[in-house]
Design a protein around this ligand. Sequence first.
Ligand code: F6P
Length: 520
Amino acid sequence: MSRTRCDRTPAWAQLREHFDTQGRQLDLRQAFASDPQRFERLSLQAPHVFADLSKNLTDAGTQAALTVLARQCGVEEHREALFAGDHVNRTEDRAAMHWLLRQPAGGMPGQPEGVRTALAEVHAVLDAMLAYAQAVREDAAITDVVNIGIGGSDLGPQMAVLALDEFVDQRKRYHFVSSVDGHELSAVLRRVRPESTLFLVASKSFTTLETMTNARSARAWFTAHGGRDIARHFCALTSNVQAAAAFGIRTTFGFWDWVGGRCSMWSAIGLPIAVAIGPQRFRELLAGAYAMDQHFRTAPLETNLPVQLALLDLWYRNFHGFTSRSVAPYHSGLRRMQAYLQQLEMESNGKRVDETGAPLPYATSPVIWGEPAANGQHAYFQMLHQGSDVIPVEFIAVRKVAHGLAEHHHKLLANGLAQAQALMLGQQDAGGHRQMLGNRPSTFLVLDELSPASLGALIALYEHRVFAAAALWGINSFDQWGVELGKALAQAIEPRLVSGDVAGLDASTAGLLQRLRPGP
Ligand code: F6P
């Protein structure tokens, strides 16, 4: 694997000079005025996703210099290693083959034997899981499907079921319980009955505290309320098949350690999606993601959308010093998109050391945040337009919608276009409080429609963008050691909440613990 950290390439120093002499001053209004072809030049079409990058603080020269950086960092070689099934997750010594979950049966010419074997297993599980999903769909006695899982075992399925509502079998209700906060589970249990509920216990590790606590409580509720057939009403989605069996679950769909939790919605973890939209549509979701895989794998870096978006992330984070990116999906079906992207991007690339463990002299993942549709406009867009920080915005708009309320859709799209325009144009002539400096960057992604295929492509686009950014930054995006300490400390604190023992705790935790102790 030939990788060079971005700051150790010749291109990095050249970019620094380019930024200091030209890049920093780029004015979008002048850039459009001096180049009538700017929109065409700086927009890209990838499978199912059109991207207008022209309202970003780059020009052809910056883009070319950034692309040279990607080459010098070895993004192409690293991409090859990913698709060859190499152990790109070095700290855990594993491959990262989420892309294999959407590869058609039969595989690709020249694929290593191990990858071909894994693909055969993928399709065996996929066929079995889709047959099960179809049986659940046809089972009129099951009216409620409750997914119990957290992080990657919740966010992808929940986001997709909401996004694809138009395709969802409305004869059943879908619930997602993730937090260990008992409000969540009890709110769902108040609304369902044991005889008509299917619980999906989704956990790659089958050890996650939140999920196991919720699963145990759901099982206890089930039996306490007359539920008799655990085998029929509980199903596990996990790579820890033994733990699921020990829990007493007989129907299990497995997956592999090379599927990272945050890229697992294509695996058995996607079962709630498959029940909701049906096997055929689930295959379309996979096909859309596969189309994006092929784009990422084969398109030259210059026209490779995941790579170009990753380069913009680096340009903004490491040269302009922007600390966050706001996601603005102008489609309320995408209302869990930001939550999904927060895990995908920040859990993957929120790292301060490179893959060898050496501290990095530059920043990595931006903060990802936002609200769907026009709601953000009436909340925090003020800050985007006039605040002291420049925050690049990523709009996601969908051309065709099924709801038939054409006027609503025109107004929605007009608002998205207008916000991007206002960010760029500003209102320089106005004085004082009304002045908007403009020149605030945005990317505009357009889907022709929000279908299983286009959603699959969009999510795969983000996965590959995160991978490409990690390749540039020289980090391993597939581990998440930073979440472990809090988990361990929570285990030690839990018994103290009951006993009241604060010995050895820092004064703040001790004081808070005493305040929070359950009492009369
Ligand atoms: O704590 C973080 C994390 O490990 C995520 O990476 C993962 O998606 C989530 O917890 C849930 O893990 P599991 O699927 O093993 O329950």
